[in-house]
Design a protein around this ligand. Sequence first.
Ligand code: GTP
Ligand code: SPV
Ligand code: MN
Length: 612
Amino acid sequence: MTALAIPGLDSAPTTHRRLLAWVHEVAELTTPDRVVWADGSDEEWGRLTAKLVDAGTFTPLKQKPNSFWAASDPGDVARVEERTFICSVDPEDAGPTNNWTDPAEMKATMTELYRGSMRGRTMYVIPFCMGPLEAEKPMLGVEITDSEYVVVSMRVMTRMGSKALAKFGADADFVPCLHSVGAPLADGQQDVPWPANETKFISHFPETREIWSYGSGYGGNALLGKKCYSLRIASVMGRDQGWLAEHMLILKLISPEDKVYYVAAAFPSACGKTNLAMLEPTIPGWRVETLGDDIAWMRFGADGQLYAVNPEAGFFGVAPGTDWHTNPNAMRTIERGNTVFTNVALTDNGDIWWEGMGEPPAHLTSWKKRDWTPESDEPSAHPNSRYCTPMSQCPILAPEWDDPKGVPISAIFFGGRRKDTIPLVVESRDWNHGTFMGATLSSETTAAAKGKVGVVRRDPMAMLPFIGYHAGDYFAHWIATGKRADAAKLPKIFYVNWFRRGETVSDAGHPHPGGFLWPGFGENSRVLKWAIERIEGKAAAQETPIGWVPSIDDLDLAGLDAPREDIEAALRVDADEWRAELPLVDEWFDKIGDKLPTSLRDELEALKQRLG
Ligand code: GTP
Ligand code: SPV
Ligand code: MN
């Protein structure tokens, strides 16, 4: 097939012709020193982590088994939305919220970047499967990468290697995902601990279902099974095939009577999905189990209910703010080892540390690999530092997490990070109103993406950076989804905000510092309970212009250590604040343009009427 003699290229453990042809084509273009097919074995993990330690990328942790500390290049710490492209054939299909470049032009540009880009490195071929391997039609992909960090991270985050390749047969469909850090090595050139390139492209080709990524080693830019495949490309598949790919956690809530409810929730990046997914309820008798913390694929079952599957096999969670008080189950998950920590701080005895873990030690090595003391004026861990850990280690993992059927969803929560306006919880009037809530969701930007933090923007369904097509068509798909089933079988939609602040709240002596009116974390179980009891017709609510809101006495607040006036302020629907929100929603809908479903325009008009 090729004149090139690259070691490993011809020892492929597959007869899949399209896969073999693509691997040859990429090897010829990128000219690596060797090709390795990732098998996902323990032996491979040991070999690659040792190589990463040798290269200075990984520092083994003394206090956690088989775990590693990595510090990235300071310019490669988050998703790069301005360098992310949806290269649809028709620019109209990328819509007003995505960057677009003509696919042929993008491929021409990136082909020149990839030319020789793996020189001096190993090219790894990683067959993987998003979602259960035993699915009727396993959702396959292959990532080609020149980064060992990516291979070991993909082993945590996906079902990969031999067990995935076994599903390819000779001709199964798969999504080709090409990744290079863009840092070729000349003969004898010394490598750096975190190779990357200042030029970055994260490109998606929706029609041909391909992903090309260049220049970054960071999670969301480089682990292509995650946001690129399971959200951007999968959302296009879902549009075409009648299902939903969403930025949602999946949790299982068990009542004191042992009734089981499944809840999916979409909050923007770094706005609380992992924490809610692993919640430890503070109300007696209620339990939570986890099925996923970031992505849900949802389709209707034969019974007309919406079933959710988590395509991932690991958690790539925000580290800062995670501790034994806020998220004990995440702490227990990472304590078990087998975890990669990126851009957190390193303690002198070989453990990890980050802001939010209580009193800092007297000395740390910061994520910038500098000496750090409590007097330092920068945080020791990057605000978007992450742990990458296997789901199987989560002590409250739901036993059905790997069931290809998925789990039937009773409630969908949308939520954002807003210091004002949005109350603790609102129940939508019906599916279209809930879709309106999702479509107009707003949140303050976080460190999960490069750019300014704390700026309010519309983040529809928490999917702004992840919708792989026109946002107006995406809203229409949500509206159409509501028409595909019996209204009574559809999940009920709620809108929550754990992050409202009050000017009356002074941190001194307050049980919940940070200025937040609602204590959050485990206390969010009180909101879950109210939502479930609304579904059961057991809890009361007040009708307001924006939907059904509990009064303070409608919530179970037994044993809650929080000032009553804070909870009332968290629940308040302030008509003036909402009226101030309306022009922003108008502007947002104008930006969406002609493809905005009329039913959403109608929802906005009805809201305006109700607000007077
Ligand atoms: P991605 O992985 O980026 O998609 O984020 P995520 O939505 O999973 O966010 P995560 O749960 O990791 O939370 C991000 C930050 O929000 C962390 O610093 C948490 O400590 C904080 N946080 C989560 N839940 C709450 C809450 O209920 N109240 C408050 N005040 N903070 C919270
Ligand atoms: C997010 O940013 O929403 C994440 C992390 O979950 S990343 O995988 O980098 O996208
Ligand atoms: Mn996410």
